[in-house]
Design a protein. Structure first.
Length: 493
């Protein structure tokens, strides 16, 4: 069991190092690159010092006043809240591209309860849930772009509150405050509140599921554990309809449960309980997914596709490194305009062509394609977010302001990823950390066979933030062992 845990931790360490390398290689602003080098140098010195003089270093860390951490966290939370409110005072262009699809279809749905772009949506039915939710928001407050932003802000602030509740201890405020503060001050989270896109709601669902997972792990009663498994399975099924990546969360959960099974292999009663829990999770997820699919089909008003050939087809394009491209886009339009071609048939045709494209590419080209797609997914989350944020704004000046936002966003993302490297030295006996590691790796790996964009892995910021902050907290309380109780009590003095 210990070897498996070390293997996962080592794999995650390599995964984070690769992330840091791709982020650093993509940095073309001198000031940002210099700061990243400086931050990595600090980490390296800390790593070496920790290995040589662990006890002395921990004593230095413990001298940080607890009240300072609490006050500083609260200040960051307030700044994050003000930044989100400030988004509503910016002038924006009319929504276009994917953002326009969500906004205008939601506006139509709010007035007629009908999805207007029926044929397009039938091909990509996972667009429906966010359109419906945003449509209901418009029903309540009226159709406006500010209503979209306000809805995103409410969800994002709720995410911070839920994180606080999830990681709250009876006598401890530092851990939940740190996690909430990091979430609120994260410029990636702030920026995406300004978009008519399901980024924020999907992150919210990831956090909600993480919270339910944390609560489940605190339970001692078997029937309460089973109840949480049932609830998590239901929420997973609903969440997967918003974006079909929550299957990765399900897989990470099952792998985590199997780790627990191995840890309790001699306890037959515990093993049986874990196996039953996995079945409850799978059955509830599958059942809700099928109901959700039928419900979406009724809302769209026509047969919808249940295959995903298009994203496989684009993802196999060597010339575009698996990203959307004009050539494939034109081929999609050609099939789309053929009214006799059903939504499912279009996806099936692209699926067959994707398989043919992968075979034609050859082994070496496909390996190189995966490498390039990994770069696309991991190297430019910050730059992509800032560029998209500027593109939707109705402004032609303030280039210095954009550079400031870009600087802070790039550095923050680098810090969050860097904090994840601490898993290699923080001795944490909490098995739950491994679930978040598996989730992080899975969110990237799951996209390596399909169409890629820097936007698609923004949700990795959820497990990254949780792991990074928990690493810091475990360091502050002396590696999660010797002085943990003393540290927690000191917070309340």
């Amino acid at each position: 069991m210990e070897n498996i845990k070390k293997g996962i931790k080592g794999l995650y360490f390599i995964f984070i190092l690769l992330n840091l390398c791709t982020v650093f290689s993509n940095t073309n602003v001198r000031s940002i690159k210099m700061v990243e080098i400086f931050l990595f140098a600090i980490f390296f010195v800390f790593f070496v010092s920790y290995k040589i003089k662990k006890d002395k270093l921990i004593q230095i860390v413990h001298r940080i006043p607890k009240r300072f951490i609490i006050v500083f966290s609260i200040i960051l939370i307030i700044i994050g809240l003000l930044a989100r409110v400030g988004l509503m005072f910016i002038k924006y262009n009319d929504p276009a591209s994917d953002y326009g699809t969500f906004f205008y279809n939601a506006a139509d749905f709010s007035e007629s309860n009908v999805i207007s772009a029926q044929r397009y949506i039938s091909i990509f039915p996972y667009l429906v849930p966010y359109i419906m939710v945003l449509g209901y928001v418009f029903k309540l407050v009226g159709v406006s772009y500010n209503a979209t932003i306000a809805f995103n802000v409410v969800l994002d602030v709720l995410s911070a509150i839920i994180l606080f509740i999830a990681f709250k201890k009876r006598t401890s405020y530092i851990r939940p405050l740190l996690i909430s503060a990091v979430w609120m001050i994260n410029p990636i989270n702030i920026i995406w509140c300004a978009f008519a896109a399901p980024i924020v709601i999907v992150n919210f669902l990831f956090i909600l599921l993480s919270t339910l997972f944390e609560f489940k792990e605190k339970q001692k009663d078997t029937w309460k554990i089973f109840s949480f498994e049932l609830i998590i399975g239901i929420i997973l099924g609903i969440a997967n309809s918003f974006r079909p990546i929550f299957i990765i969360f399900l897989i990470a959960l099952i792998l985590y449960e199997l780790l627990k099974l191995l840890q309790n292999i001699k306890n037959i009663k515990r093993v049986v309980s874990i196996v039953i829990g996995i079945f409850i999770l799978l059955i509830s997820y599958t059942f809700i997914s099928k109901i959700e699919f039928k419900y979406i089909q009724n809302i769209v008003g026509t047969e919808v596709a249940h295959s995903s050939g298009w994203t496989l087809y684009v993802g196999a394009n060597v010339e575009s490194n698996g990203t959307w491209n004009q050539s494939d886009g034109e081929k999609f339009i050609e099939k789309y305009n053929d009214i006799s071609n059903s939504a499912e048939n279009i996806q099936k045709e692209f699926q067959n062509e994707a398989i043919l494209r992968i075979k034609t590419n050859g082994k070496r080209a496909n390996i190189n394609l995966i490498k390039e797609k990994f770069k696309v997914l991991t190297q430019n989350m910050a730059g992509y977010s800032v560029d998209q944020f500027w593109n939707i704004q109705n402004r032609t000046e303030n280039e210095k302001y954009k550079k400031c936002v870009g600087f802070w966003t790039n550095i923050f993302v680098f810090i969050i990823i860097l904090l994840n490297l601490l898993v290699i030295i923080i001795q944490n006996d909490d098995l739950k950390m491994y679930m978040y590691m598996l989730l992080s790796i899975g969110l990237v790996i799951s996209h390596l066979l399909v169409e890629v964009s820097s936007r698609y892995t923004i949700h990795i910021i959820v497990p990254f933030s949780i792991i990074g902050v928990l690493n810091i907290y475990n360091l502050l309380k002396n590696n999660g062992k010797d002085n943990a109780k003393i540290y927690d009590k000191a917070e309340c003095k």
